[in-house]
Design a protein around this ligand. Structure first.
Ligand SMILES: Nc1ncnc2c1ncn2[C@@H]1O[C@H](COP(=O)(O)OP(=O)(O)OP(=O)(O)O)[C@@H](O)[C@H]1O
Ligand SMILES: [Mg+2]
Length: 540
């Protein structure tokens, strides 16, 4: 009997020792308060580290006083009520998330669980507290939030920049026409009253040109650097980052089905993926599945929009199993600043940015959604080698042949009114004018012409840029000279034509004629005009 009791006591001692080791070394703060004595009987090391004082302090202090010290006054009542329910025997434990007040005015976010143990008669015996430190979790969430905030801010600037740049660029073309025709009108007029009116038009247009310059400088248009991109590789590389943006309740699946590489700016492709993934996540607050899938869309596929019917594309489908998009919301989702999210959570620029990027890259965006069943947003880009097949079929060419006494000038500008003005001005200057609306048409005209003296071309044009066109033309007509005209003041775009002849839009007709004359004359006798025209060989 005695031996049995000893063995039992020994087992108990060993068990207690084991529990003590566990608590002592636990990284979780734990305390035990004896209800009968109203004082702490145990605190572990993690407890002292979290709450900020040595064990002696707690063991010698009234637990109620400690509770008052670490609890924010505005949280007293809520926790007191929970404690009352333990005292009344209604509940055995409670868990509360709180902001702890610590020594030296520190604050720490944590979760407290308080549990009561009772004796055989059901009386409260001990109160055991376990605290979960939520600070690092909070820090991660904050970092994630600030990352998203940064993305949003940079997008806002980008959209504003794109709008400003787009407006300024178009505006320069319009001003060129106002200034050009006003100037031609002046040369036809002799009545002082009418001349004065025309003068006012010119002055006002020149002032507007100044404003446009400022606007362009402000927006600092960023240049796209499209490349051949392996979208699968991009998605694999982004996977970790995407996972960190999703909650554990959202499962991420990547299905790579596209065989082709696509053609776009790699940084912008990442922005597209990020935006669509964040939207999908936000649509699934209680969890679900996010799928990123790629596939080829061959020419002629029914889903291709009419203008891309002959284009081979690679599609990226971003699908969620979320709430879907309501019929009355759907027509608006691509509008800049349209959002259904609470203030501060969405700027409504995500999808408009995505659409801008995809359109600029020559692709298309589409949405399929069912309320309650989820959404798939598709962003499709042309495959990398198809970029050159996009040009429309050659059309009947409008040749503006005048006397052509002074040489043949090939004009290329995608703006109809600008092209007509350039042609009118050069025709007045007695040049033979060939005019093309894009690289493809210019190529066709150049290959049919016996001689091209000068190419006057815009820099930024869809499909073939001015610099690409210039290179092609020089291959066909080694003697041809090139003059770039552009309303763009973007330093990147301008650096692509370094060493070339350049005239900034808007300009007056006389300035164009003077410049054209100088360039052509310089080729005949470089020493006389003083102009250096690189890459062209003096004709013999
Ligand atoms: N996957 C989706 N599921 C459900 N609704 C969506 C989804 N994607 C977009 N939407 C709807 O389209 C709206 C516009 O989306 P958009 O990405 O342009 O802006 P946002 O997400 O609200 O804000 P932010 O610019 O911060 O991304 C959203 O507010 C939402 O109502
Ligand atoms: Mg969004």
């Amino acid at each position: 009997m005695r031996a049995e009791r000893d063995a039992l006591a020994d087992r108990l001692r060993r068990s207690e020792a084991r529990v003590k080791v566990l608590f002592d070394h636990s990284p979780v703060p734990v305390s035990v308060v004896s209800v009968a004595d109203g004082r702490y009987t145990y605190v572990n090391r993690a407890y002292c580290e979290f709450y900020g004082r040595p064990a002696e302090y707690y063991l010698g202090t009234d637990p109620y006083q400690v509770w008052v010290e670490v609890t924010l006054p505005e949280e007293f009542e809520a926790e007191r009520a929970l404690f009352q329910r333990i005292a009344d025997g209604e509940i055995e434990h409670y868990t509360i998330e709180k902001c702890f007040r610590l020594p030296n005015d520190q604050r720490a976010h944590g979760e407290l669980t308080l549990t009561v143990t009772r004796d055989a008669q059901g009386r409260m015996h001990e109160l055991v507290s376990v605290t979960r430190d939520l600070r690092s979790l909070r820090a991660t969430q904050d970092a994630q939030r600030s990352l998203e905030e940064q993305l949003r801010r940079s997008q806002k600037l980008e959209v504003v920049g794109r709008m400003a740049g787009g407006v300024a660029h178009d505006f320069n073309n319009r001003l060129l026409i106002v200034m050009g025709y006003a100037d031609m009108l002046r040369s036809e007029l002799s009545e002082p009253r009418l001349l004065e009116m025309v003068e006012q038009i010119t002055i006002s247009a020149e002032r507007s040109a100044e404003l446009t310059k400022q606007l362009l400088a402000f927006s600092r248009r960023q240049r796209l650097s499209p490349k051949s991109v392996d979208v699968g590789e991009t998605l694999s590389r982004m996977r970790r980052m995407l996972e960190s943006l999703l909650s554990e309740k959202v499962e991420l699946a990547v299905e790579l089905g596209a065989a082709e590489r696509l053609f776009c700016d790699p940084g912008q492709l990442e922005q597209v993926v990020l935006n669509l993934a964040i939207n999908a996540r936000d649509a699934m607050p209680s969890g679900g599945r996010l799928t990123l899938a790629t596939r080829d869309v061959p020419p002629g596929a029914p889903e291709l929009p009419a203008e891309l019917a002959r284009t081979h594309c690679v599609a990226l489908d971003v699908s969620d199993t979320g709430a879907g998009i309501a019929a009355h919301v759907l027509p608006h989702i691509f509008e800049p600043f349209f959002t259904t999210k609470p203030l501060g959570l969405g700027t409504g620029l995500g999808l408009s940015t995505v659409e801008g990027i995809v359109r600029q890259s020559g692709g298309y965006v589409s949405v399929a959604t069912r309320e309650g069943a989820g959404t798939t947003v598709t962003a499709a880009f042309p495959v990398s080698d198809a970029a050159l097949d996009l040009a429309p079929a050659p059309i009947e060419l409008d040749l503006e042949a005048r006397s052509g006494r002074l040489g043949t000038v090939l004009i290329c500008d995608d703006d109809d009114a600008v092209r007509k003005l350039l042609a009118d001005v050069l025709a007045i200057g007695s040049y033979r004018v060939l005019s093309a609306c894009d690289g493809q048409q210019a190529r066709a005209l150049a290959s049919g012409a016996a001689k091209i003296d000068l190419l006057v071309t815009d820099i930024v044009m869809p499909r073939t840029s001015g610099t690409e066109l210039a290179a092609e033309l020089r291959a066909m007509h080694p003697d041809a000279l090139v003059l770039f005209v552009s309303g763009c003041v973007d330093p990147d775009a301008l650096s692509s034509i370094q060493g070339e002849e350049f005239l900034a839009k808007p300009f007056l007709p006389a300035a164009l004629l003077k410049r054209v004359r100088e360039i052509i004359d310089a080729r005949v006798s470089p020493s006389e005009s003083g102009y250096h025209v690189p890459r062209s060989k003096p004709s013999s």
